[in-house]
Design a protein around this ligand. Sequence first.
Ligand SMILES: Nc1ncnc2c1ncn2[C@@H]1O[C@H](COP(=O)(O)OP(=O)(O)OP(=O)(O)O)[C@@H](O)[C@H]1O
Ligand code: SF4
Length: 792
Amino acid sequence: MKFNIEDLPVLFPYPRIYPEQYAYMCDLKRTLDAGGHCVLEMPSGTGKTVSLLSLIVAYQQYYPEHRKLIYCSRTMSEIEKALAELRGLMKYRAEQLGYEEDFRGLGLTSRKNLCLHPSVKREKSGSVVDARCRSLTAGFVKEKKERGEDVDLCIYHENLDLLEPHNLIPAGVWTLDGMLQYGEQQKQCPYFTARRMMPFCNVIIYSYHYLLDPKIAERVSKELSKDCIVVFDEAHNIDNVCIESLSIDLTEDALRKATNGATKLDRKIMEMKSTDAAKLQNEYAKLVEGLREADEARDDGAFMANPALPDDLLKEAVPGNIRRAEHFIAFLKRFVEYLKTRMKVLHVISETPPSFLQHLKELTFIEKKPLRFCAERLTSLVRTLELSNIEDYQSLQEVASFATLVATYDTGFLLILEPYESESATVSNPVLHLTCLDAAIAIKPVFDRFSSVIITSGTISPLEMYPKMLGFTTVVQESYSMTLARRSFLPMIVTRGSDQGDISSGFQIRNDPGVVRNYGNLLTEFAKLTPDGIVVFFPSYLYMESIISYWQGMGILDQVWKYKLILVETPDSQETSLALETYRTACSNGRGAVLLCVARGKVSEGIDFDHHYGRTVICIGVPFQYTESRILKARLEFLRETYRIKENDFLSFDAMRHAAQCLGRVLRGKDDYGIMVLADRRFQKKRGQLPKWINQALLDSDTNLSVDQATATARKFLKTMSLPFPARFQEGISTWSAEDLAKHKAKLEEEKIRELQHGSGDRHVHGQDVIREAEGEFDEEGIDDAMMELDA
Ligand SMILES: Nc1ncnc2c1ncn2[C@@H]1O[C@H](COP(=O)(O)OP(=O)(O)OP(=O)(O)O)[C@@H](O)[C@H]1O
Ligand code: SF4
């Protein structure tokens, strides 16, 4: 389908477009034109990915700036899905234009997913794959080979050097699978192919970490230009990704390994002194010039990851006391010993970085300045010593990163030392957390560097929370409703059991047998009435386990078992994958199944239960975070003091974004249908925090139901859904042909002219105008007539 948004011609690879897709694209264009950032919430399953890609590729190809698109997604399967969508789009464009555009689109994921080396790719852990790959590809290993030494290289990496650097793979869009196949045919490494081709790509699709984790971003994404368009898809959790990328936990075991690493490095330094002292001397001379100089030789094999350092620091000379390799190691050892003594306390300590540094200085005379250089200084040393088995130094690197972070940031971080794993534990197992409290720190470089950053998801309400927490301003902030030709999803809040007793996971009553039984009855009733799959979300593993054992005792599971197979998510991802597979088989072949899982777990994020795989989703309880966690408490305090976000507001926002994610799992498109049950009386007050598209579909009469009322409503809903609903009923309402679109544009145009006459015209088409128009079209009576016709 072809259409224009203002002056921009857009090619859209489907014959029909949803009104919300068009609205979304109008707002995207507005953002790009204005050169600013935006937050957009688009209902689940309404084709956000294809809308983003169609508009941005059109923009890229039409305007002379040819702004590159960096599209960040969360999981490998989402990256693969977006690449497949992009490939479809480019194929469609070629058909319509009559020629293939000069275009490259590539995806990047970790070495673990893209490695082809026969033995390295078999490693289970990502960090081992990384380390082994580095030992086969580092510049000095190659030099050694050239000198005739007996070292192994990776042939898949070597072959890349034989190709033209800007043409390692033919133009076009490559899915990850496609790249693996091409790499195998040509015997070239897909991971390095993608990384080296990044400067020559029009679209790059990769995971968040390549931009947000400063340790990786510095290596992978530093050459991207300012006018790139950055998209964070599925961004409802982006603040947590930011925080995790800058938080470090140290345990006693890690410190022991760090000491071993330091001792090994000492030995290596001695060896090098006796064989090739000039190398160390050379490094020393470079460090006088500053880290940037010392770092120049670093190739894309990147040794170790370091936290971001302010630019000025990289230009400064490295402090004298850590310039010599042996002095630096002595310095690190002293720091590790200090940390070990801190671990010995028996009560919880929480302190700010300045207070930690003060204490450190008093006891060990270690100053802040050399600490800041630790991470980079260690990288430089590991490179100078030409070490290949980096795994041995991983813990030492963690300590060095810890040192750099604690000495770089005075605010936005907190140190929390917890001697025991839990309140009731008697054997100490101390952990020193350096926890980042401010999500804005990790994402700031992204907002500073790129002119347009698009934050989008199906569930990102309340929209204003994100600019506040992440410290940016938007040009557009919008949440779209879902245009539907029939009510295809049924959200409801269940507050009571059939006995009128409360339903809630509130702390005081969550283990009350009456409440547990009511939850059990709710599940049994829905197991009876739902065809195929039911997904049930609990607030935590602990609570899920306790309810399951109660249900077992009460005979509830036996009841459910009569209607459905029961499967459970566990923290083990392999077990969960197996449970999911069985669940899908049961939904496809048998009476269906119930999947019991947790909000915030793997299933709640990124697993789709489309069509018969999910006809009912039940949220048992409000998925609040565990509020006794010290780290969470510290973050809440920080948010209150710095961003004026109240504790309760944040907790409630966080719980509701996860609840909405769970609900969104079952609605994967306009032809899908499903029931969304929010089972907790507290949801009544939190309704306003649901995404607009869910809230609008939630009728007032469905916000305070008992289990039997909910069952009756659900039965009625499923009965309507079982009637055939041909696609033509959606035409002109929830799907638009080119003519429908032209009609709506003409209407908008008329309205604009009228507004202009009254003196308030605007050049841009606003997404909300489109949706308003589309909603005006909703012809309930017409649909009812059509349904009756069908019935007859
Ligand atoms: N206009 C359209 N007509 C027909 N199919 C479409 C249209 N737009 C998108 N689709 C298809 O609908 C499916 C759902 O799209 P997609 O997964 O992109 O949704 P989404 O909004 O990104 O969902 P979520 O963000 O919740 O995962 C995809 O398979 C996509 O190809
Ligand atoms: S270069 Fe590529 S193929 Fe070779 S070990 Fe590294 S990731 Fe694997």
